[in-house]
Write a protein that binds this ligand. Structure first.
Ligand code: FO1
Length: 319
C-alpha cells in the first residue's frame, strides 16, 4: 500500500490528533509512523503522572479508546474513583480503573528514573501499538491559562471549569528548560513527510512547537510539512479552540490557523466548507488542499491521512 521506507512524523494533541494518527497508522506501516505528542496538558493527580494527550493517542492506536469521549478506555469502570470519592476526594477528573493502571505504572517507572520516552514506548508496545509514540520532551512542561480573574492549571480550566473562562493568555511553565529528546530530533530529521494533525493550534500544537529547538528542527528537516485545519466553518470540531482563538486575537477560521502555522507548512488542508479561504491560504505561501476533513470512522480517517500524504507526494502511489 505504501513505500516501505516512508517515514512519517505526526505532531498531535488529544482527540483530533489521535483520530488523524489512527488514519496515518492505516496507511503508514508499523514503526514507519512516529507520533510526537503534546505533554503540556500533563499533571500530577492523586500522586500519579497523567499524560492525557499521549494516552488518548495510545489508546486510539491500540483500538481501545472510549468512542463516546475520545479519551479514556472503552467500557472502563470507575470503582477506584468511587472509592477515592468516599475518602472525600472530589471526582472532577474522571479516571477509569483500567486507565488508573496506566498512570500507576507510568508514575512508578518515572520515579524509578525511567524517561517518559522510555515509559511511553513500553506502555504502547504492551498495548500492541506498532507506531512509535514519543512525548515532545522528557521534561515537565505545564500549560497555564490566564483568564480575566486568575491563572489556572490547564486541567482546572479544561475539565474542572469546563472551559467556561475567557482565555486571555497562555504560557507553558518549564518550556525554557525543556529539551526535545534525541528520539524526537532524529525522527524529524529522518522523516519524508511531517503532518501537523488537526489539533488545537494554541494549546496542543503550540507547546510542541515551543520546545526549544523543535521549530528549528522542523525548519531544517528535508521533509515537507502538511497541516490539517482543526477549524471547520469557523468552529472547532471539538474543544475550545474557536473561543480561544477569538479571545487571543486570532481570526476564528481555517485561515486564522494557517496564519499561526505560516512559515512552517508547505501544504494546508482545509474543509470543503472553507473552500472560499483557499486563495487566502495560498497567498500565505502554502498550497491549499480542499477536502472533507471531518473524520468519522476509521476508513474516513485513513482517507484524510492518505490525501494529506499524497498532497506532499509522500506516498509512492495513491492509496
Ligand atoms: N476530559 C474531560 O473533559 N473530563 C474528564 O474527566 C477527563 C478525564 C480524563 C482522564 C484521563 C485522560 O487521559 C484524559 C481525560 N480527559 C478528560 C481528557 C483530557 O483531559 C483533555 O481532553 C485533554 O487534556 C485536552 O487534549
Amino acid at each position: 500500500m505504501t513505500e516501505s521506507n516512508t517515514r512519517v512524523v505526526a505532531l498531535a494533541g488529544g482527540v483530533g490528533g489521535a483520530k488523524m494518527a489512527q488514519g496515518l497508522a492505516r496507511v503508514v506501516p508499523g514503526d514507519a509512523l512516529t507520533v510526537i505528542g503534546n505533554t503540556a496538558d500533563d499533571f500530577w493527580h492523586h500522586g500519579l503522572r497523567i499524560c492525557p494527550d499521549l494516552d488518548t493517542v495510545m489508546y486510539t492506536l491500540a483500538g481501545i479508546a472510549n468512542p463516546a469521549t475520545g479519551w479514556g478506555i472503552a467500557n472502563d469502570t470507575h470503582h477506584t474513583l468511587d472509592a477515592l470519592t468516599r475518602y472525600g476526594e472530589a471526582p472532577w477528573f474522571q479516571v477509569g480503573d483500567q486507565d488508573f493502571a496506566t498512570h500507576i505504572l507510568r508514575s512508578a517507572r518515572l520515579r524509578a528514573d525511567h524517561s517518559l520516552t522510555h515509559v511511553t514506548a513500553a506502555l504502547a508496545a504492551a498495548l500492541g501499538v506498532t507506531a512509535r509514540l514519543l512525548p515532545m520532551t522528557d521534561d515537565e512542561v505545564a500549560t497555564r491559562v490566564l483568564t480575566p480573574t486568575s491563572e489556572l492549571d490547564f486541567q482546572e480550566y479544561f475539565v474542572a471549569r469546563r472551559q467556561m473562562d475567557d482565555v486571555i493568555g497562555i504560557s507553558f511553565a518549564g518550556i525554557d528548560q525543556a529539551c526535545p529528546t534525541p528520539e524526537v530530533l532524529a525522527a524529524i530529521a529522518e522523516a519524508v513527510a511531517i503532518v501537523i494533525c488537526p489539533s488545537n493550534p494554541i494549546v496542543s500544537i503550540g507547546p510542541i512547537l515551543a520546545v526549544p529547538g523543535l521549530r528549528d528542527a522542523l525548519a531544517a528537516a528535508t521533509a515537507p510539512v502538511v497541516a490539517i485545519s482543526p477549524i471547520v466553518g469557523g468552529r472547532a470540531l471539538k474543544g475550545p479552540a474557536d473561543r480561544m482563538l477569538a479571545t487571543l486575537g486570532h481570526e476564528v477560521s481555517a485561515l486564522g490557523v494557517a496564519r499561526i502555522l505560516s512559515g512552517l507548512v508547505e501544504v494546508f488542508v482545509l474543509d470543503e466548507a472553507d473552500a472560499d479561504l483557499a486563495a487566502a491560504v495560498a497567498a500565505l505561501g502554502m498550497r491549499p488542499v480542499v477536502t472533507r476533513t471531518v473524520m468519522g470512522d476509521a476508513t474516513d480517517r485513513a482517507r484524510l491521512a492518505s490525501e494529506s500524504l499524497n498532497a506532499l507526494g509522500a506516498l509512492g502511489a495513491p492509496v
